[in-house]
Design a protein around this ligand. Sequence first.
Ligand SMILES: *[C@@H]1O[C@H](CO)[C@@H](O)[C@H](O)[C@H]1NC(C)=O
Ligand SMILES: *[C@@H]1O[C@H](CO)[C@@H](O)[C@H](O)[C@H]1NC(C)=O
Ligand SMILES: *[C@@H]1O[C@H](CO)[C@@H](O)[C@H](O)[C@H]1NC(C)=O
Length: 284
Amino acid sequence: MKESIQILILLQIFIQLIASTCLDGWIEIPEENTCIQMSTADLAHLQALRDCQTKAASLVKITDAFMNAAVAVESMTFVNGRLTLIGVEKMSNGEWAYSDGTPLRYTKWKSGEPNNGYACTAIDPRTALWQTVNCTQLMPYVCGKQDNDAPCDLDWLYSVDTNFCYYLKNFTATDGQHWDLFNFTQAEGECLASTYNLASLTTAGNGDPCNYGQAWIGLSYYKQSELYAWTDNTFVDYIGLPVLEATTNYDYTVMNDVTCNKGWMYRPTVQLAARFVCKKKPSA
Ligand SMILES: *[C@@H]1O[C@H](CO)[C@@H](O)[C@H](O)[C@H]1NC(C)=O
Ligand SMILES: *[C@@H]1O[C@H](CO)[C@@H](O)[C@H](O)[C@H]1NC(C)=O
Ligand SMILES: *[C@@H]1O[C@H](CO)[C@@H](O)[C@H](O)[C@H]1NC(C)=O
């Protein structure tokens, strides 16, 4: 039973690789380890910051373009495109910094900004550009906090049911033209080393995606002993369809992309696949 839950979870990885561990009422920014929350009332900067602090957060700390876009989208959705306070302000030394005092790692100022007349910052969700605003002006705001509770590394999916972290190594193409392909042994090695090139490209290919798009999982069948085994030695109590009519040793892949729903497949160790799924214990 436990394994079958694990497999369901595993299959979900193909649909959605977003591990939402944010508390209810907070929105996870995918792959940023950050949870954000839009205000429901308009406040001046100081009150807004206090409100965030009572929620163990701060005004949102935007550290890259992806997060900036995500904040703009939420702001567009929740406050109708009105200017929205973010956690960027002019410190007493005259430097612009995040509200927690750390230096800015990313900026998206509108041209002519920061205009030093004002000390607070709002994002214009229509353009995703920042502009300075009067700190006493009442406006919507966004709180943000690190998702410290995330038990898995960035990009890994946590399963409450199995208490393991899962990672789908998706299509990558080092040469920009063909998917990087792995045999079973290489995939296992990559999982153990946990080093990935995450630059996935949609344009690359090596023929039939329903064939090479298979993802290795850690299940092997040993013909001689007629045994199934997971590479991490966990007990084999579930095997997905189709079931093997074994003539030799095999390793397993899964594939449930909508366009080619093939379920589980057994393939010789030497065969190549563009994807694989890794599993490891949570860090927390
Ligand atoms: C901000 O607005 C308040 C109230 O309208 C005003 O008194 C104050 O001078 C403004 N601050 C700046 C820096 O313009
Ligand atoms: C894997 O890559 C494909 C092609 O780039 C993409 O369509 C798909 O959404 C990706 N899957 C995940 C879970 O990231
Ligand atoms: C897997 O690929 C590696 C690198 O090409 C190769 O050295 C190894 O022999 C292959 N293993 C199997 C079982 O095919």
